[in-house]
Design a protein around this ligand. Sequence first.
Ligand code: 8YV
Length: 330
Amino acid sequence: MGADLRSVTVLVPGKLHEQSVKRIAETFRLVCIDTIDAGLLTDEMKATVRGVAASPAIAGGMVDPAFMAALPKLEIVANFGVGYDGVDARHAGAHGIMVTNTPDVLTEEVADTALGLLIATVRELPKAEAWLRAGNWAAKGNYRLSPLSLRGRRVGIFGMGRIGMAIARRLEAFGLPVAYHNRRPVEGVSYPFHATLKELAEAVDTLISVAPGTPQTARAVDAEILESLGPDGVFVNIGRGSTVDEAALAAALADGTIAAAGLDVFADEPNVPQALLDAPNTVLLPHIGSASEHTRRAMADLVVDNLVSWFAQRTALTPVPETADVKAPA
Ligand code: 8YV
């Protein structure tokens, strides 16, 4: 079996976690290009590549229909990350190409980060620390009482998947009521479901977005949703920046339509809009939701485990729904 896998060519386009690259090099025949760009593929790659392992968010580019079409022997795209908006999975599924992602292994880490970001935002932890470091504690006295508190908040979760559930469990332990909006009600979940994001935003004052980046969720958090949260409103985004109208968010923060925002993701990473950088009531993180050594190594392993399972057993471990029915070629 080992010898068989050595003859399988796997392409890594652009940057990928070093643990994935190392294991792919040890197991398969590894070929690399600088970014996800069909123009960089050699004729030899086009004739031999059967698997792609990619992290579009950091590699640059998209595994789009043109990229897949340039690789006629392609059987599987192993995506680094639970979100796979950098891969056209619908197109892949329609063309018999398997797409896998990295669920479960990052769930608790991202939920931890979400709660940390929520508390940092509401209780102004970064500003309080800056106060201490600037010598203000000794020179001027205590940092101000935070105008906002978690106490008494009602939290809405936009996107009740695995990570949304893990966040909800934590919020319950914090004594906060949770409601949610999702494409459809989630079976076995007793938190109140709201059929629209607007209804959810009207029912809560704190909105946490864990929604994936899809055409349906694009700019779903807009001026109207933010206004519904009200002047004490807090918005936290740990999902995808594309789900937010960032100009509307910056305006809502500047004019007091909502009180504060904690953002780990942005529409055009790594570029952060100046208006969000300028807003005084934001905590901004550089997309670190899953970014611990521990969790990123687990994600890197799952990328390669999917490739090994596909080429050795002819089944994928964690296929995305759009390609769940794709079978390995005989
Ligand atoms: C990664 C993520 O930062 O899993 C996801 O969807 O957004 C993160 O865990 C991303 O995959 C880029 O490496």
